[in-house]
Design a protein around this ligand. Sequence first.
Ligand SMILES: *[C@@H]1O[C@H](CO)[C@@H](O)[C@H](O)[C@H]1NC(C)=O
Ligand SMILES: *[C@@H]1O[C@H](CO)[C@@H](O)[C@H](O)[C@H]1NC(C)=O
Ligand SMILES: [Cu+2]
Length: 188
Amino acid sequence: MMAARTVAALSCLVMMLRLSEAAVYKVGDSAGWTTIANVDYKQWASTKTFHIGDTILFEYNPQFHNVMRVTHPMYRSCNNSNPISTFTTGNDSITLTNHGHHFFFCGVPGHCLAGQKLDLNVLRPASTTPLSDPPTSSSPPPLTTNIPAAEVPGPSPSLAASLPSPAMARFTAVVALLVSLVFANFAS
Ligand SMILES: *[C@@H]1O[C@H](CO)[C@@H](O)[C@H](O)[C@H]1NC(C)=O
Ligand SMILES: *[C@@H]1O[C@H](CO)[C@@H](O)[C@H](O)[C@H]1NC(C)=O
Ligand SMILES: [Cu+2]
């Protein structure tokens, strides 16, 4: 019983870590990047959760379309005069390397106005949750916790350095998987 529950918990953990790995999203799904299917790309983007490291794939006929990455004002006005970057292969993979909004449209005249435009929001990396929340009681926090970090010499007391890196997360996932396999053997 205990083992089965542990396995379930660890499997959950492994799943969560898997989900945190990079994903590839084909823009517009089967319709791709086009004007003829009347795809609502804003709606398409709103059904996804984009993370740093994910890839978006624009698939289209390069005779008729392209992909321009643009600023927000250019996106709003469909102004294609000065894109940040332009992609023209018809099979363009773009890896999302920073958080915040990313604006794209097709630079062929009229296509952006016809709705061939994409605004997607990449989430911030998971916030580094403090190990202990501030006390919710009305009493003032004890003075002893008030260490002025800037004046402490040597290694910073900040936990940031020891927070799990992606490599560490993968390592943890592998360990969790192995442990769950061992437990599964015990349980059966
Ligand atoms: C388009 O943007 C450029 C600068 O990137 C600007 O000079 C130009 O006036 C804009 N065109 C329109 C029609 O807004
Ligand atoms: C587009 O590129 C991806 C890799 O980025 C590849 O898997 C896929 O087969 C390509 N599709 C076409 C139609 O070339
Ligand atoms: Cu187009």
